[in-house]
Design a protein around this ligand. Sequence first.
Ligand SMILES: Nc1ncnc2c1ncn2[C@@H]1O[C@H](COP(=O)(O)OP(=O)(O)OP(=O)(O)O)[C@@H](O)[C@H]1O
Ligand SMILES: [Mg+2]
Length: 255
Amino acid sequence: MEAFLELSRLKIDSISKPKSILDDFSWRIQQGKVYALIGESGSGKTTFAFSLFGMLPKNTKIAFEQFQLFGKSYDYWKKEKWKSIRGKKINMIPQNPHLAFHPYRKIGNQVQEYYSLVLGKDLSEQECCVHWAKFGIRDPERSFQSLPSQVSGGEKQRITIAMAQFSESEIIIADEPTTALDPIQEKNMIELLMNSLKTKNSSIVLITHNLKLMQRIADEVMVIKSGKIVEVNSRINGSFPLWKSDYARQLLGQL
Ligand SMILES: Nc1ncnc2c1ncn2[C@@H]1O[C@H](COP(=O)(O)OP(=O)(O)OP(=O)(O)O)[C@@H](O)[C@H]1O
Ligand SMILES: [Mg+2]
């Protein structure tokens, strides 16, 4: 099976306040699989997500032995190269939906602009609203005409999920994609996202604190602690073999 991402010995340091954020981080992402990344708060999950997106904060430094995307070695530092990848082949549902949009422009116009400029698809307001309605946005016309501050966090999160689904990206990084949704909405939303990804054979990197969700949908789980991989576990015949490390078992409530 083709590897979408081959990463070895990734290292990310903070420069301003010298410290290691991620260290010796290697991972292989194959087509059509669900990968979960779990670890306590501050362990480096979001930083890892941003590194796959070429959007690390300026006060950080990245190094690696290998960084291959879609079968090619990637010139990580060439900003131009990311334009053909970011938002197109790799997409992200951000952890904080409040930061996903420019605060002073109507959401609908921003989304239309993304569809048009990044994906090359011109959608009318009505077409956007029909698509959004599938993601449980109750009054899509109102959301379309609203400023980000005028719609709830849950609505914004649904819109970012709809955008990622529409992009037909090969890799979708979902960074705690349902934190603003209640448990029933969360289940529906994840099912919708998963079904759509399966039909497109995309890969998904799911960052979550929801261990039940992880156990239900992930093919492979990586546990990290303080920026280092503690354990990787893959589903075999429908369930995960017992975790070996005390840390993973503690995190998963098996200790
Ligand atoms: N730009 C930055 N400069 C310095 N340190 C940073 C920067 N961004 C993140 N960090 C630090 O790196 C570590 C990992 O942060 P990160 O946001 O990746 O964690 P996380 O696992 O996503 O946490 P959470 O579960 O709370 O979302 C933290 O100690 C954080 O303070
Ligand atoms: Mg995070």
